[in-house]
Structures are given as structure tokens and as C-alpha cells.
Design a protein around this ligand. Structure first.
Ligand code: ADP
Ligand code: MG
Length: 546
């Protein structure tokens, strides 16, 4: 017909499709979870729209998801009465990759087969709708928007190179997605199999899911139940439903507060840190609900930025239902919730660090850099965050178990500083000539390997009157007694000639050449005249964005 139109998929989508179909095939069934999750999102959106929109199309439709199986024609359909899509939205949402990190991710997967074989990694990126092509060789989307004036529209594709947009006869609000299953995918038209999958995926979806006339799940808000009634398994399952995660969380905290604001929250710490730490746009993981209505994913205002690794749900009775993205930013209730969550979560971490060291180190291994980021960026939280820092040191090379406090307790007489060395790896640091003097004199040195460590430590106020000093520094502020040990020694004439030679060869690459007794085994070291940038900060500043 005249309205029929064919489009090519963008290159990156073709690549993504190829990757999904060829790397995730051992987890094919997840397509169903992705479809249920999209349907549920669409229902949440229309529920939110209904709060303010009197002209909602098909306003009396029950909010639900229907799954239909047709054994004869080998099709599976997931239909919702959600927000629907216009033609433009359909082309935009199904035709492009939303996540900013995805392109780079695809590139890396292609280059690194080992990574590609790890489905959890891919799961982090939410493969989403395209996962349907693992089991289907043709997929149809038929959708009618919540806006009465917007015509219904149809989309069809074999998931290879192109898709077609067609006219639609659909009258009902919402979206029906029909999968024409591949020859070998019989299991997904078997009611028994599909029902058990839906049970697994939809226990904590906020809307009913039906096969035919049977409702398969009991929609409930886990966070509203009292803690003592919730089983560990339920928390884990809710995590998967609420965050689209594939694996289990590392741990979680379920908090409720009544004053000064009412809210309840379930916060999860994932098992591993997001793949892309340096991507500052990476989504925050908290969903906001008000009086049972879903308001927003990715709510940045609920926690300080460095806590963006948290996933889960926050619901409050004290917010108006008509809060919008714009008003959330300046909303006083949200700010109070943020304060309380931050305090409670950091208190929980502090307790864990004291009582369950191993568990805390597990957390530190994955999320330590976020805590450091907090130390750097959240001045008001420093007091709470400093005791959470963990370091390797010259005396603790196995595990990062050194705290600033334990360091201070082990200082030598008159020690005025906390010494730290920055390098690319612990191995490299262990061989560093800078450490020889300290080891000889039994002074502990913290060993750090992250590019930002130097900047952060450098910017800290003295801890228990101990200044933070990089061992590369020209002025180490040593205890009086040890100063003598590294005084520039008297040297014979031939050695002075050597010094002149070094100066001549290195010329403008250096500012000074000095003899020193600091070294034990190494012939020389590059030190950093007071005030200059340390080599590590230099490396970071001139490396540019990767
Ligand atoms: P994500 O859910 O992470 O955004 P998906 O690939 O699962 O990624 O879906 C892409 C987009 O397509 C969604 O964000 C949404 O805008 C749209 N979409 C998918 N399924 C539906 C649906 N059933 N109803 C309305 N919109 C949908
Ligand atoms: Mg999705």
C-alpha cells in the first residue's frame, strides 16, 4: 500500500542484533522478561499520564499484560494496554540505540570474545527489545498511542537488515508484539513452559499478567511489606524484576522512615560495579514511586552522585503525584529523602566495615572508587567517608585492609605525614625505588593505583594532624631524626662530574640533580621538587579522554 515504507537498520543495530543472536543463545528465554518489562514500563507511563490527562484514549481499559500462545501458527503475543507509540516514536525507539555506552560496548565485545561470552555483562546494558530475534524470525509490533488523534501503526521485521512500517487497524490503546517463532523454538508456545517463565519474571511486576483468562502473578509492592515477612529469595527476585539484572545483588538495605518525611526504600548494591565507571552519564538506578504510582526511572536526585551505583526503589507518601522531572530537582521532600538515605546507607556500610570485614572488602573491591569519589566531591560527608577508605600498603600487600586510623596507630615516633605511593600496579609499586628509604626505616607507605588517587589524597586535610605526602615529593617532612639520613652527602670530585653530566644530558627535562642516601638498592630515582605536579597527576591530565 501507499503507506508501506521500508527502512534499513542503522549499522550499530545490525551489529547489536548479530551479537545478541550469536552470544546470548544460551539464555534465549530472557526475551520474555524484556517484553514483560517493556509492557510494564508502558503501563506505568500511562498510569502516570492519567493523573493529569483527562482525554486519555481508551481511558477505561484495565492496566494489564496479556500473553497469547498460538500453537498452530507458532506465534507468541505480548499485549499491553500501556502508553502505546506514535509512528515517530516507533521509528525512534525501536530503530536506535538509547544507551550512550552501548556503541563502545559493542565495539569492545567484537574485539574481546571472552567478554562477549559473559552474558551478565551484556545484561547490564539491557539488550531489550532486540532479544526477540533470538527466538523469532519475524516480529510484528502493532501499537496505538494514548493520544486519541495519533493513528495506530504497525512495524514488521525479520531482524536481519531492515524493517517495514505499515498501516494498522488497531483500535485498542497499547501495544501488541507478536513473535513468529523459529522452527526449533516450539517450547515458547507451550503453555506450561511460558507460564513458568512468566511466574519467574513477573512476581514483582506491578501489573497483572494473563494467559488467556488466567492471571499468572500477584502484583505486589515488595518494599511495602514488613521486613520480617520478606524472604531472602524474594528480595533477590525483586532485584531482577526491578532492575533488569541477571545476577544476584551483593547485598541490600531496606529502610523506612516516618519523620521528618515518610518514605520506604529497598536499595541494592549490585554484585559488580558498572562496566563503565568513567561514563558520567551512566544512569542512576533508583526508581521513584509516589503513593504506589511509578513516577520516574533513573532518579538522580535521590542520592548524591557518587552513590549512583545503587539500584532499587524509593516510594514516598509525602510527595505530590504531579511531581515532574523539573520540580524534583528543587523539591524539599526529595532533598530530605536524599539526606536520610545517604546517612542510613553510609551507616550500614560503616557497620559492615566494622563487623564483617570480608563482606566489606568485597564491596570495596567493586565500589571503592565511588567512595573515593565521594571523599573528593562531598565535603560534608568526608567525616563519614574517610573511615570507609581502604588501602594496600607496604605492610599489607595482600588485601586492602589499611585504614587511615590503623595507619596513624602504626606511625613511627615523630612521624608527621601519611606517606603514599602512586603507580600503575601493585607489582610496579613494590619495585619502586621511592620506597626503599621508608622500608629501611619501618615507615608504612600506602600503595594506590587509580589515576584519581593522587588527586584525592593530595586534596585531603591532615588526618589526625598527619599531612598526606606523596613519596615522590622533594620535601618529605620527615621526623628530625631521619632527616639526617637523607641529607645530601659529601661526594668525591668524580661524582660531582657525574652530576654535571646528568644535568647536561637531561637538560630541560629536569629541574635539579641531587645526591641522596635515601636509596638502598636502586642507583637513582626521579623525585618531585616541592610544588610540582606528581608524575601520576601529569599522566592523568595529559592522557586526555580515552
Ligand atoms: P529500554 O526498555 O531499556 O528502553 P528496549 O529495547 O527494551 O529498551 O525498548 C526500547 C524502547 O521502545 C522503550 O524505551 C520504549 O520507548 C519503546 N517500547 C518498547 N516496548 C514498548 C511497549 N510495549 N509499549 C510502548 N513502548 C515500548
Ligand atoms: Mg526494555
Amino acid at each position: 500500500t501507499a503507506a508501506e515504507q521500508q527502512f534499513e537498520f542503522k549499522t550499530e543495530i545490525k551489529e547489536l542484533l548479530h551479537l545478541i543472536v550469536h552470544t546470548l543463545y544460551t539464555h534465549k528465554e530472557i526475551f520474555l522478561r524484556e517484553l514483560l518489562s517493556n509492557a510494564s514500563d508502558a503501563l506505568s507511563k500511562v498510569q502516570f499520564e492519567a493523573l493529569t490527562n483527562d482525554n486519555l484514549y481508551d481511558k477505561d481499559q484495565p492496566l494489564e499484560i496479556k500473553v497469547t500462545l498460538d500453537e498452530e501458527n507458532k506465534t507468541l503475543t505480548v499485549e499491553d494496554t500501556g502508553i502505546g507509540m506514535s509512528r515517530d516514536e516507533l521509528i525512534k525507539h525501536i530503530g536506535t540505540i538509547a544507551h550512550s555506552g552501548t556503541k563502545r560496548f559493542i565495539k569492545e565485545l567484537k574485539e574481546n570474545q571472552e567478554k562477549a561470552a559473559n552474558p551478565e555483562l551484556i545484561g547490564q546494558f539491557g539488550v531489550g527489545f532486540y532479544s526477540v530475534f533470538m527466538v523469532a524470525d519475524k516480529v510484528t509490533i502493532d501499537t496505538k498511542s494514548f493520544d486519541a488523534e495519533t493513528p495506530a501503526i504497525k512495524w514488521e521485521s525479520d531482524g536481519l537488515g531492515s524493517y517495514t512500517i505499515l498501516e494498522s487497524e488497531r483500535r485498542k490503546r497499547g501495544t501488541a508484539i507478536t513473535l513468529h517463532l523459529k522452527e526449533e523454538e516450539n517450547e515458547f508456545v507451550q503453555k506450561f513452559r511460558v507460564e513458568s517463565l512468566i511466574k519467574q519474571y513477573s512476581n514483582f511486576l506491578p501489573f497483572p499478567v494473563l494467559i488467556g483468562e488466567d492471571t499468572i502473578n500477584t502484583p505486589e509492592a515488595l518494599w511495602r511489606k514488613s521486613k520480617s515477612e520478606i524472604k531472602e529469595e524474594e528480595y533477590k527476585e525483586f532485584y531482577k524484576t526491578a532492575t533488569n539484572a541477571w545476577d544476584e545483588p551483593m547485598f541490600w538495605e531496606h529502610f523506612t522512615a516516618d519523620a521528618p518525611v515518610q518514605f520506604t526504600s529497598v536499595l541494592y548494591v549490585p554484585k559488580s560495579a558498572p562496566y563503565e565507571y568513567y561514563n558520567q552519564d551512566l544512569e542512576h538506578g533508583l526508581k521513584l514511586y509516589v503513593k504506589r504510582v511509578f513516577i520516574q526511572d533513573d532518579c538522580k536526585e535521590l542520592v548524591p552522585k557518587f552513590m549512583r551505583f545503587l539500584k532499587g526503589v524509593v516510594e514516598s507518601e509525602d510527595l505530590p503525584l504531579n511531581v515532574s522531572r523539573e520540580t524534583i530537582q528543587s523539591n524539599a521532600v526529595i532533598q530530605k529523602i536524599n539526606k536520610i538515605i545517604t546517612k542510613k546507607f553510609l551507616d550500614a556500610l560503616t557497620k559492615m566495615a566494622e563487623k564483617e570485614e570480608e563482606k566489606y572488602l568485597e564491596f570495596w573491591k567493586q565500589f571503592g572508587r565511588y567512595i573515593k569519589e565521594g571523599v573528593h566531591g562531598e565535603f560534608n560527608l568526608r567525616e563519614k567517608l574517610l573511615p570507609l577508605l581502604r588501602f594496600h600498603s607496604t605492610k599489607q600487600t595482600e588485601n586492602p585492609v589499611v585504614t587511615l586510623k590503623s595507619y596513624a596507630e602504626h606511625k613511627v615516633t615523630d612521624q608527621k605525614a601519611i606517606y603514599y605511593a602512586v603507580g600503575e600496579s601493585l607489582d610496579q609499586l613494590r619495585r619502586s625505588p621511592h620506597l626503599e628509604f621508608f622500608t629501611r626505616n619501618d615507615i608504612e607507605v600506602l600503595l594506590v593505583t587509580e589515576p584519581m588517587d593522587d588527586l584525592i589524597l593530595n586534596s585531603l586535610e591532615p588526618f589526625e594532624e598527619l599531612k598526606f605526602i606523596n613519596v615522590e615529593s622533594g620535601d618529605l617532612e620527615l621526623p628530625e631524626e631521619l632527616k639526617k639520613e637523607i641529607e645530601e652527602p659529601e661526594v668525591p670530585e668524580t661524582m660531582t662530574q657525574l652530576k654535571d653530566k646528568v644535568r647536561e644530558v637531561l637538560q630541560d627535562k629536569i629541574t635539579n640533580v641531587r645526591f641522596s642516601k635515601a636509596l638502598t638498592d636502586s642507583p637513582c630515582r626521579f623525585y618531585n621538587e616541592q610544588g610540582g605536579m606528581s608524575h601520576n597527576v601529569r599522566r592523568m591530565m595529559f592522557a586526555g579522554p580515552s
